[in-house]
Design a protein around this ligand. Structure first.
Ligand code: ZN
Length: 495
């Protein structure tokens, strides 16, 4: 679509202060429409040259995913500790989605869904060695013809280019990923490398004639929870009992038998990791303001999944589809947005794909499953689905024998109710999310009309996802080096 000619009309038109038109779409507030009009028209100080190039009228877009960040550990989501002052500062001039959920509870599959706008069965990136098929279309690929410079800085093993999520990025910095095998990635601190690479892009590699799409994935809140000073002491209460958090997920000392005082220590260290990352985000905000990019940049901040602390008997993530594994922060600042709003709709991170394209004025592909948060709101009765299909490998401490535990979870939320199906155990769980939002009291399987509807929705969804997958060639296995496999083994993901 030529620049300056607006967008196809399916509603009415609004005129921005620079005189260009933007689509005023269904469900988009007048405030947000005006904000988009201003940002979408590229009225950036000293940026006249941009009007000469493709994409000159588009806003910059910054997408940040924070590893393993639960929504309820963010201040603007009600957390009692001052862990996230800079995320909260962003929320004060953005829209905070109070009920945002990841599509799954682990990194690779979650990011593949964000990038493609597809549910996991459809994009076929389900296991730890999987690679996204070349035939799939990512956000970065769709932004290329719209004139966007596409760059990424990533710091966790699953965002390595070997998994092919780098499709469409012109610059893909995955060097902050911890090299070597074993458990090095869990123990490492990568924020400094991420910060240096982001600064290098913003200050030296950023095009001055094109808008950018910058994706930043921040690994450090991932277990083991070993924050650097001063964050290692900042939130530890005097009553807490220190416990060794190394080798946290596999073979570590933190078990369901940990005392409340020990769990206080574990959670304080998790908070320390988050606070360390939040401090870096504060420096990002300062750099964007210094470079006069803050107003012209849409910022979308979220997490790839949540984290469990034995609410349903497990720790870490990639275990299940309960709320603590899925509920994530989602904060969206559109260009020039100055005021805070809260959106309580049920949102899934597959919605990021069409939302980012909406911000850029680019049409999404025909088969995506997400809905634009700006243009196409869900109604309360629209179902949202979740999926976890993966395998863990464990070693029996008594015999040294390796064994595999497979998990095939599916879940659907609609009408304030949730249905979870765990295939291996043949287990069905129903929850009333209004009366029991933390999913602690499963309802009896009565076979009533509401439960029947959820089962039918889940069955139809599985059939349709398989049909979508059949139209694409899967990406197969990533070409992992021995060190890559060792690293995933150290995290417990492969044998
Ligand atoms: Zn993750």
């Amino acid at each position: 679509m030529p620049d300056g000619q607006g967008f196809p009309v399916d509603g009415l038109w609004a005129t921005g202060r620079s005189g260009c038109r933007v689509r005023c779409v269904r469900g988009l507030s007048l405030t947000m429409a005006v904000v988009l009009a201003a940002g979408g028209c590229g009225d950036r100080a000293g940026d006249a040259s941009r009007s000469q190039s493709p994409g000159a009228s588009k806003p910059n877009i910054l997408l940040i995913t924070v590893e393993s960040l639960r929504a309820d550990h963010v201040g603007s989501y009600g957390y009692h500790r001052p862990v996230t002052p800079h995320i909260d500062a962003l929320a004060r001039q953005a829209t905070r989605y109070s009920r945002a959920h990841a599509v799954t509870s682990w990194t690779l599959t979650s990011h593949a869904s964000m990038f493609t706008g597809l549910y996991p069965t459809a994009h076929q990136v389900l296991g730890p060695k999987d690679r996204l098929g070349d035939a799939y279309t990512t956000i970065a690929e769709l932004l290329a013809p719209a004139g966007y410079q596409r760059a990424a800085v990533v710091s966790g093993p699953y965002l390595s280019r070997k998994h092919n999520l780098n499709q469409g990025f012109g610059l893909y910095v995955d060097s902050p990923i911890t090299p070597g095998g074993d458990k090095a990635a869990a123990k490492d601190i990568t924020n400094a490398k991420v910060e240096a690479a982001v600064n290098d892009f913003l200050r030296h590699k950023r095009s001055t004639s094109r808008p950018f799409f910058l994706f930043v994935y921040v690994w450090d809140p991932h277990y083991d929870y070993i924050p650097p000073p001063p964050f290692d002491r900042r939130f530890v209460p005097e009553s807490a009992e220190p416990i060794d958090v190394t080798d946290y997920e596999i073979g570590g000392t933190v078990t369901e038998k940990a005392t409340p005082a020990q769990m206080d220590y574990v959670i304080a260290q998790y908070d320390g990791e988050i606070a360390c990352t939040d401090a870096m985000l504060g420096r990002f905000w300062a750099t964007l303001k210094e470079l006069e990019l803050w107003d012209s940049t849409a910022i979308l901040l979220t997490a790839d999944h949540g984290e469990s602390f034995f609410e349903h008997g497990t720790k870490g993530h990639k275990n299940d589809l309960y709320v603590e594994s899925l509920h994530v922060p989602l904060i969206v600042k559109t260009p020039n947005q100055k005021t805070a709003t809260v959106d309580d709709r049920l949102v899934n991170l597959i919605d990021l794909h069409p939302t980012i394209l909406e911000l850029a004025g680019v049409e999404p592909g025909p088969t995506i499953h997400g809905r634009s948060l700006l243009a196409d709101p869900r109604s309360a009765s629209d179902p949202v689905f979740f999926e976890l299909e993966t395998s863990w490998y464990f070693t029996r401490q008594t015999t040294g024998e390796k064994y595999k535990k497979s998990q095939h979870w599916r879940a659907v939320v609609a009408d304030g109710r949730k249905l979870i199906h765990q295939e291996e155990d043949g287990r069905w769980e129903f929850y009333d999310l209004v009366a029991d939002p933390s999913e602690q009291s499963p309802l009896a399987a009565t076979g009533g009309e509401g439960q029947q509807r959820l089962r039918a929705l889940l069955a139809d969804w599985q059939t349709s996802m398989k049909a979508v997958a059949a139209t694409y060639e899967a990406g197969g296995e990533a070409d992992l080096a021995p060190d890559d496999v060792k690293r995933l083994r150290g995290l417990g993901y492969v044998k």
